[in-house]
Write a protein that binds this ligand. Structure first.
Ligand SMILES: Cc1cc2nc3c(=O)[nH]c(=O)nc-3n(C[C@H](O)[C@H](O)[C@H](O)COP(=O)(O)OP(=O)(O)OC[C@H]3O[C@@H](n4cnc5c(N)ncnc54)[C@H](O)[C@@H]3O)c2cc1C
Length: 569
């Protein structure tokens, strides 16, 4: 141990395997401050973690190398900004460790924390001096608990046995993850997988197999079977309600929270599992209140639980396939042939985003890979090399915006030109901006990086060459389509299929508004049917704005119920 090295002084009970305990590693250039930190953290977390500290980044790196060689897990690296460059190297040695940057109080945009967090080079930051030790301990507990959650579960509620690379197993794992179910995956090629099948009395002829902790077996289950095994509702037990909401993304879930909490009998219908697009996002960085970002699945799961506790009837794996007006009622038909009769309907079915469909790239969403979001991330791109996939106006605007901060911006375009897909004023502005370049006939085929993007693999279709290029960020702007095809013609949509609402409805000659009052702000051309979130024309396409729509629409539903059905006033 070096002169600047400090380690936990707490006495351990003899039974504890100290050599396997996860390590909480602190690097602080100031030996006095290091001493205070290590002893404080040892007192608080020493029961479960060994706390070690170094004042020299070089010596710290040697120690971290030794820990990696000994396969000793490092749960957390707490590094002051003087040793910031150590984080990347330490992270390569201990990719699962949470990286916390310790910075001095400086809320200017030049603080090292701003870029480190935005680019996924640190997971969290701590600002010192802190008001009291409890504030720091609370933050550290949260960081450590997020590390603990990512470790293999000690209890597996479900075991999935499947052939390696089976895409059906991928879908099962996705559903389990979206419902936060602790599960284990066992390839049928492994001894453990074969043993599980033997114990369940099964052959490996039909896979995948899902075995619940109590022995219940599902063979090649569909979404409804799996949802039932997990314990969620897939059948609608309420065929008449005051408000029916279609889609359980952020807009629909928020509408359900508000509607149910305000006493409306509420049914929420979802074709898959809750969370929508937001639920698939590993890290939502711009949702207010979460400075280090929040896992979209976690945020949506909490909102879903809230809607349920407020009294909403939530039905998963139920697709709405038709909607019609019957007198005062709006009737939704479901794929299983049943109907839901409601006084008001909220359509929150979102967009089917086009994805690049590259598995490694999807795991880096929020950590250098962004679907849309260029404006909000642009400051963090200071002096970086960034790429944009897309050839439309949004890609062009993003390029110009990012070029103000980034060193280079490269537009990756599949075709020979952007002239057909991008407005000419944008094309001219791009040509006049020296740090923007366009690579035509080029596609992204892979992305690399431990927890944060480091490089992308490009294929040049003109020369048929493949190249790996360093990249800090990749913005994907290839559009999507609103999921509104199932709605009747009476509900006006624009050319792209987005739902037209409010006073804009009055400008749709082919769908005349036949009501004594004007349409309410989020009301569609069918009175009593509202739109919320991404599926609405003019929506902002962000989680927070979808949540805002979800809350707003319930006020409008009340207005409709009170003015259009006087007996309820
Ligand atoms: C990869 C990715 C990353 C993103 N990251 C961010 C981010 O970091 N920050 C941010 O603010 N925004 C982000 N967004 C955008 C954000 O996720 C969306 O703006 C938001 O989810 C829109 O919410 P919504 O409720 O309107 O629709 P959605 O989230 O799309 O939810 C719609 C729901 O309706 C269901 N549905 C559709 N049709 C039917 C039907 N017929 N019957 C029953 N159910 C139906 C769908 O299954 C889905 O669950 C991201 C989007 C993507 C694709």
């Amino acid at each position: 141990m070096s002169a600047g090295a400090i380690s936990s002084r707490r006495k351990k009970s003899p039974a504890r395997r100290r050599d396997v305990e996860p390590v909480l590693f602190v690097v602080d250039h100031d030996p006095m401050s290091l001493d205070v930190l290590v002893s404080g953290l040892s007192r608080r977390f020493g029961k479960d973690f060994t706390v070690r500290g170094e004042s020299s980044p070089e010596v710290a790196l040697v120690a971290l190398r030794e820990l990696a060689a000994a396969r000793r897990p490092v749960a957390l690296l707490l590094v002051d900004d003087a040793a910031f460059s150590l984080l990347a190297r330490a992270h390569r040695l201990h990719p699962l460790a949470k990286r916390v940057l310790l910075v001095d109080r400086d809320y200017s945009s030049t603080s090292p924390a701003v870029q480190a967090i935005m680019l996924g080079r640190a997971d969290y930051h701590l600002v010192r001096p802190w008001a009291d030790d409890e504030t720091m301990y609370r933050a550290m507990s949260e960081f450590l608990s997020s590390w603990t959650k990512e470790q293999e579960p000690s209890f597996e509620e479900f075991r999935i046995v499947a052939s390696e690379g089976d895409s059906k197993a991928l879908r099962l794992r996705d559903v389990m993850t979206r419902f936060s179910m602790p599960f284990g995956s066992y390839p049928v090629e492994s001894e453990a997988g074969r043993r599980l099948l033997r114990e369940a009395g099964l052959e490996a002829t039909r896979l995948p197999v899902v075995i619940r902790y109590d022995g219940q077996v599902s063979i090649d289950p569909g979404l409804p079977d799996l949802a039932r095994a997990i314990g969620v509702n897939v059948n609608n037990d309420l065929d008449t309600c005051e408000v029916a909401i279609v889609g359980a993304g952020p807009a629909g879930l928020t509408a359900a929270v508000y509607a149910a909490s305000e006493g409306l009998e509420t049914v929420l219908l979802e074709l898959a599992v809750s969370g929508g697009q937001a639920g698939t996002s590993p890290l939502i960085r711009n949702y207010p209140g979460f400075p280090h970002g929040i896992n979209g699945g976690v945020l949506m799961e909490r909102t879903c639980e809230q809607a349920w506790l407020m009294g909403a009837h939530i039905v998963f794996a139920q697709q709405a396939v038709a909607l019609e007006r019957r007198g005062d009622e709006r009737v939704i038909r479901l794929l299983d042939g049943t109907e839901v009769h409601a006084r008001a309907v909220v359509i929150a079915t979102g967009i089917e985003w086009r994805r690049l469909g590259i598995p490694r790239l999807e795991t880096l969403v929020g950590a250098g890979i962004f679907y849309g979001a260029a404006v909000s991330e642009s400051r963090a791109m200071q002096d970086q090399n960034v790429f944009i996939v897309g050839a439309g106006n949004s890609a062009g605007q993003a390029a110009l915006h990012l070029a103000k901060h980034a060193r280079t911006v490269t537009l990756l375009v599949r075709g020979d030109s952007v002239a057909k897909s991008m407005s000419s004023y944008l094309v001219s502005a791009i040509e006049a901006t020296p740090n923007i370049s366009i690579r035509h006939r080029t596609e992204v085929i892979d992305a690399n990086g431990h927890q944060a993007l480091e490089s992308i693999t490009l294929v040049d279709r003109a020369s048929d060459t493949v190249e790996n290029v360093p990249a800090t960020a990749l913005f994907i702007m290839i559009g999507g389509e609103p999921r509104t095809q199932w709605l009747p013609d009476e509900i006006a949509r624009d050319e792209q299929g987005y739902l037209i609402t409010g006073r804009d409805v009055l400008e749709q000659p082919e769908v005349p508004w036949e009501h004594h009052r004007e349409p309410l702000t989020l009301e569609t051309s069918m009175s009593g049917v509202f739109a919320a979130g991404d599926a609405r024309q003019g929506s902002i396409k962000r989680v927070a704005s979808a949540v805002g729509d979800g809350a707003t629409v319930v006020r409008l539903v009340h207005q409709h119920l009170h003015t259009d059905t006087p007996e309820r006033a």
